[in-house]
Design a protein around this ligand. Sequence first.
Ligand code: C5P
Length: 311
Amino acid sequence: MSEALAYVDRPAQSVRARAPAKINLHLGVGDARADGYHDLTTVYQAISLYDEVTVSPRPGAGVAVSVTGNDVESVPADDDNLAVRAVKLLAEHAGVAPQVRVRLHKRIPVAGGLAGGSADAAGALLATARLWSLPLRREELLRLAAELGSDVPFCLAGGNAIGTGRGEEVAPAPAAGRCYWVLAVADGQLSTPEVYAEVDRLRADGVGAYSDDVAGLLQALRSADPRQLADRLQNDMTAAAVSLRPQLQDVLDAGVADGALATLVSGSGPTVLFAARDSHHATALAGRLRLRRLAREVHCAYGPVQGTHLL
Ligand code: C5P
């Protein structure tokens, strides 16, 4: 066999990463800053709902992305895709030609308030760094992640974490026990900037205030008691998300009626979280919710789980 043929026959090298969805156990939203972002005090949790990102070489042909799985038609397959932007940013940082095929397998609902796009960016960063054998320090990866989006550093880090700044500064938070969730993905999507703008509008009318105290929640996370935790869940975006999508209130009310320990809008919505006592309770709640047909998807998940990792 000639040398050239031997090269062609060798299977293309590829690297696969798994990246978790995030929820915010606490999402305190401050005033709009001069740069248009809002100061946040948040407590993130990575949950057991994952996207997979596979990267492989694409010699001489730039970056291409293809998408399979959930909500495929809603995911941009061009340079707007956050995973593509991650590969290009890493290429620029490392001085490498961006010649990569990115394959996304989506399970995280798109534009659902679960940081699906940020998870894909985190997966693409980690997998491409390995593909190119880049000796990146964790701080370097986190800095690049922050350039891609406020939630991307947390999607890399995983676990439970306190987020400050615009959400991109992450520090570990206590993780004494496992939390069980039902995720009710309400119909339609909510644009994050629009929900932030609605928070501003409501604040100007005197509705809502910045909840920046997470001490009680951190204590509840140390106690590992689901009821204590349920009492401490908070999202300053709830009123804004419900104002833009009033049907969310029906989903929140259904969770209470069906016996959830607490209900919470996830991030900027429209996913609604139901807190459960344990996995059996979560399965039962999910079953009741499916019968109501209020949500286009219902998932059970737990957290915290580890951050983005190679498979
Ligand atoms: O950081 P990321 O690109 O994910 O943010 C998307 C949009 O959400 C921003 O352009 C901004 O409008 C809004 N945002 C904000 N304050 C934050 C995070 C996001 O206003 N802390």
